[in-house]
Design a protein around this ligand. Structure first.
Ligand SMILES: O=P(O)(O)OC[C@H]1O[C@](O)(COP(=O)(O)O)[C@@H](O)[C@@H]1O
Ligand SMILES: [Mg+2]
Ligand SMILES: [Mg+2]
Length: 334
């Protein structure tokens, strides 16, 4: 049985110039995840259920767990001294860490501290998403937005934690996707899935069909395609939608499927945030042999302009995303 800590160190040795800072950063995220997991597991018993009475820059109600997860990860990352600053769904502006070490730290982190907020109070699985970059501002100078507004293909590492029937940490540093399951009896994440790959074909589609009439024509046509009878292509596909990006992506990664959150009447640019939802999940998807686009373009090549910008998101089994893109292209003028 290999622990996450051992695996990270082992992988570090594969990089001759590695300094251990990325390993230290990943271990800070691991610590934050354990603390969040502890409280999520007893959410009904501790004062962590319900709204926090505040909203974030996107005008969304912040749940108590959104704020708790944000503060927990922020503290763990700042304390480790290898991160210069963070950007978060729950922080209007970027947060520059003030300690001496942080000024000389080479990494910045973007995060969605608690993904699937609408599922927090109803005991449905939720997650945490993180994305790691090298700073572009020279060491010693104060970091700024440009250190965070980097295209997704510049990510050094990315991952998520899923707090479900079991708690898992899934990450990539560009050398495959590896998943670790938390064993609460010993307080350790243990390697459970190494080099995770999407199945070649899938038959699950995940989209909030409640908004069907507000979807682009290409998406409507693709949903109809998923529902048509055709034994050769194993259709109709089955519909599964949890309403937590991390959980829907995780299931589709293991079983074979596609998750779509297109632009809608309510979210003209899509709902999901490019920097701390789409890019990290897209990096994992590509490393697992899948594909991630905004319906037309590779998400990891989008040049960000704002911290909290949104993007339509199509991610999953390569052939399924390509099929959806074909419908988007065919009906793009309608
Ligand atoms: O309720 P909707 O509109 O289907 O949106 C669900 C999507 O929104 C999200 O909850 C957005 O993430 P947050 O919960 O982090 O804001 C995704 O996890 C999920 O896939
Ligand atoms: Mg989210
Ligand atoms: Mg969130």
């Amino acid at each position: 049985m290999k622990t996450l800590g051992e695996f990270i160190i082992e992988k570090q040795h594969e990089f001759p110039h590695a300094t251990g800072e990325l390993s230290a950063l990943l271990s800070a995220i691991k610590l934050g995840a354990k603390i969040i997991n502890r409280d999520i597991n007893k959410a009904g018993l501790v004062d962590i259920i319900g709204a926090n009475g505040s909203s974030n820059i996107q005008g969304e109600t912040q749940m108590k767990l959104d704020v708790f997860a944000n503060e927990t990860l922020k503290a763990a990352l700042e304390a480790r001294g290898v991160v210069a600053g963070i950007a978060s769904e729950e922080e209007d502006e970027l947060v520059i860490f003030g300690n001496d070490k942080a000024c000389h730290a080479k990494y910045v982190v973007l995060m969605d501290p608690l993904d699937g907020s609408s599922n927090i109070d109803v005991n449905v699985s939720v997650g945490t998403i993180f994305s790691i970059y090298h700073r572009v501002t020279p060491i010693g100078e104060p970091i700024s937005e440009k250190d965070f507004l980097q295209p997704g293909h510049q990510q050094v590492a990315a991952g998520y934690i899923i707090y479900g029937s079991s708690t898992m940490l899934v990450y990539t540093t560009g050398c495959g996707v590896h998943a670790f399951t938390y064993d609460p009896s010993i307080g350790v994440f243990c390697l459970s899935h190494e080099n995770v790959q999407f199945p070649k074909f899938g038959n699950i589609y995940s989209i909030n069909e409640g908004f069907y009439w507000k979807f682009p024509v290409g998406v409507k046509k693709y949903i109809k395609y998923c529902q048509e009878e055709d034994a050769k292509t194993k259709r109709p596909y089955t519909s599964r939608y949890i309403g937590s990006l991390v959980s829907d992506f995780h299931r589709n990664l293991l079983k074979g499927g596609i998750y779509i959150y297109p632009n809608t009447a309510q979210y003209s640019k899509g709902k999901l945030r490019l920097l701390y939802e789409c890019n990290p999940i897209a990096f994992l998807a590509e490393q697992a042999g899948g594909k991630a686009s905004d319906g037309f373009n590779r998400v990891l090549e989008i040049n960000p302009t704002e911290l909290h910008q949104r993007s339509p998101f199509f991610v999953g089994v390569k052939s399924m995303v390509e099929d959806a893109e074909k419908f988007m292209e065919e009906f793009k003028d309608l």
